[in-house]
Design a protein around this ligand. Sequence first.
Ligand SMILES: Nc1ncnc2c1ncn2[C@@H]1O[C@H](COP(=O)(O)OP(=O)(O)OP(=O)(O)O)[C@@H](O)[C@H]1O
Length: 306
Amino acid sequence: MFRNALHMGDGPGRPRVLGGWAVDGGGLLLTITHDLRLARALGGDVLVMRDASVVEAGPVEQVLATPAHAYTQRLLGAEPSRWTFGWMRHGTPPVPTGDPLVAADGIAKSYGSSELFRDLSFRIHADERWALTGPSGVGKTTLGNALLRLTPVDAGTVSHAPATRDGRVQKLYQDPGLSFPRRVPLGAALRDVVRRHRVEEARLRTLLDEVGIPQDMLRRRPGQVSGGELQRIAIVRAMLPRPVLVFADEATSRLDLATQEVTTDLLVRELAQTGCALLLVTHDDELATAVADHRLDLRAPAAAVG
Ligand SMILES: Nc1ncnc2c1ncn2[C@@H]1O[C@H](COP(=O)(O)OP(=O)(O)OP(=O)(O)O)[C@@H](O)[C@H]1O
């Protein structure tokens, strides 16, 4: 865990949005975050924590520029801008082949008087990786759900190829705990998917090995494993039916940077093996750049497709 304690008044130009109200009266702002860029922007003092202990503390500029502890160095090395995975394409997307898996034509969505997007058209093909980016509340999840046909659109059409049928479009949630039954052991939840999709048992064992989850952990319930472990188990569950498209809705945003790096690597490696397409919702431009071939940025007044 990463904690940032700071006095907002201790230097010119500090971002004031987050805690200006707290410090204008001489107060203290304590921020708990995984986001090193936020910590840098806020300044002040930083405490780096692991296993309920502070492993390193000091002025944020010093600690994050010249970290002394191996764990702080590991966190800094895990920022997406520093990743060097074999599956990274560095802006060279695959040439689309075949019909699109998802085709959106002129889609629009509003809630009340709030228009989220309008006249959006694009295609998602096999093996492509799309990032939906933009600030909180701009409509990323709504657009992703519209593309999965979980949310109806007000205008336009969303078409799915036959290859997407029979559970071959899977969604990963920000909070995987919400997508597992609370009282059911994880093994029973996974075996249910194995049965329903007629997946061979060996595939379950292989996937669990690949994501580093020991079989005996599956005796536990969702509340008895860590967030990172549960997200890895959710990835296994999503990959079991051999999906053609995975929608990852902020699926790593609650994980620390090191766990985010491992989890994203696992996910994208699995997808790359089978040519499964990815639709990634994220606030994190660095993550989007590292993972995606195409970006749809909803923060622009007319959403930009790239
Ligand atoms: N069912 C709904 N009814 C009314 N308004 C909704 C509904 N679902 C979402 N909204 C609103 O639509 C806007 C977009 O929500 P959405 O969850 O798509 O944004 P987001 O970009 O994914 O946000 P975040 O990054 O915070 O998860 C928000 O203002 C939200 O309050």
